[in-house]
Design a protein around this ligand. Structure first.
Ligand SMILES: Nc1nc2c(ncn2[C@@H]2O[C@H](COP(=O)(O)OP(=O)(O)OP(=O)(O)O)[C@@H](O)[C@H]2O)c(=O)[nH]1
Length: 357
């Protein structure tokens, strides 16, 4: 890529960060607050973020490229497994990991599972981010910070012990250390350095934040930026997301479709954008884009919910989605939505492939 950047300071850093955490931990909301514009899709239902969406935080001396992943969770369906693959792949590509834990909920098995996975991945700095700080009084926030530090100690100690045991088993199996064995141990150390025991529970940093009340949002981008490598900016100034417009259009339709019916249709809606064309013969200062999308549900009953009586809900969905799409495309939008039933698409690899997972 050949890009020109005006006067980059010498001590500039740039790189990738990912926010992980269980569903509903506040990752999308924090991403939006950091980037300062709505790029990821948020909802009060778990697991709405299926696509990897990047937001870019431009600061004077740093450029932080945020990848918002779906909640790392125990795989249940094939879709779940794919999501976890995606998370593992993303973790290997970033410079720093932000581990989001809500201030207002007790640390649970889900948090512990993710923390253990992160510790096992082992070679990236992890910043523990205690989200939704506005939801608790300061004494409870302080207690949560202590608990999160303890969680770090717990998982990092367990990980160090597991690694030491693996090394011991290996050397017993070989009947002492051989040249080969030493080579393997060296490789092990290179590919997965020991988690640091730095008195912060093994976290590289720990910081509370409220994305909603704008408390410490800047602090989070600063702390994450501390762990980025020296580098010129990787994207031109002003880019907020490199997500293709079609993906964002699809997400806006999906979000509109889920509004008000999340209990009935939690994870059963997927949207593909089939066509996005500039309407011909429009005046230059008043363009229009024709957008055709397919909206997939799993069952006929769900199709009926989406369409509503006499098509009334579908019209509402179209209106709501258009309100988001028009500013995104900077044009009037003619939106047509075809509702289709794709049975059990969450379990069908071919269907998943078609839907872009
Ligand atoms: N009060 C308060 N609520 C928040 C804050 N951040 C997020 N929330 C709420 O918590 C809920 C979940 O937030 P999301 O950002 O969608 O969570 P997520 O981790 O991206 O969730 P998934 O996409 O399901 O993985 C939403 O209802 C948010 O409005 C915060 O700082 N303060």
């Amino acid at each position: 890529m050949n890009m020109e950047f005006a006067s980059v300071p010498e001590d500039y850093v740039a790189g990738f960060a990912v926010l992980v955490g269980r569903p509903n931990a506040g990752k999308s909301t924090l991403t939006n607050a950091l980037v300062g514009q709505k790029v990821a899709i948020t909802s009060n239902r778990p697991q709405t973020t299926r696509h990897t969406i990047r937001g870019i935080v431009h600061r004077e001396h740093s450029q932080l490229i945020l990848i918002d992943t779906p909640g790392l969770h125990r795989p249940r369906t094939l879709l779940g497994e794919r999501l976890n693959d995606l998370v593992a792949e993303t973790l290997s590509e970033v410079d720093v990991i932000g581990f989001c834990i809500p201030a207002d909920e007790k640390i649970g098995p889900g948090d512990r599972y993710i923390a253990a996975q992160l510790a096992a991945a082992g070679n990236k700095p992890i910043v523990a981010i205690v989200t939704k700080a506005d939801k608790v009084p300061s004494d409870r926030l302080a207690k949560q910070l202590v608990a999160v530090t303890a969680l770090g100690n717990e998982v990092m100690t367990a990980e160090r012990r597991a690694r030491a045991e693996r090394a011991q088993r290996r050397s017993r199996r070989r009947g002492g250390t051989t040249v080969d064995d030493r080579a393997e141990q060296t490789m092990d150390a290179v590919s997965s350095p020991q988690p640091a025991d730095d008195g912060q529970g093994g976290w590289a940093d720990i910081i509370p934040v409220s994305a909603v009340k704008d408390y410490q949002v800047d602090g989070v981008s600063e702390v994450l930026s501390h762990h980025l490598p020296d580098s010129p900016p990787l994207y031109p100034d002003g880019d907020l997301t490199d997500e293709p417009e079609a993906v964002m259009v699809g997400e806006l339709v999906r979000e509109a479709a889920l509004e008000g019916v999340r209990d009935e249709l939690p994870h059963s809606v997927a949207v593909t954008v089939e066509e996005m064309n500039d309407r011909e013969g429009r005046p230059e200062d008043d363009p229009m884009v024709d957008v055709h999308v397919n909206l997939f549900v799993e069952r006929d009953s769900q199709k009926a919910i989406i369409i509503g009586k006499g098509g009334s809900r579908l019209r509402e969905i179209g209106t709501k989605a258009r309100q988001g799409i028009e500013p995104l495309l900077g044009a009037k939008v003619y939106l047509s939505i075809h509702v289709k039933v794709a049975k059990d698409w969450q379990r069908d690899p071919r269907a998943l492939g078609r839907l872009g997972f």
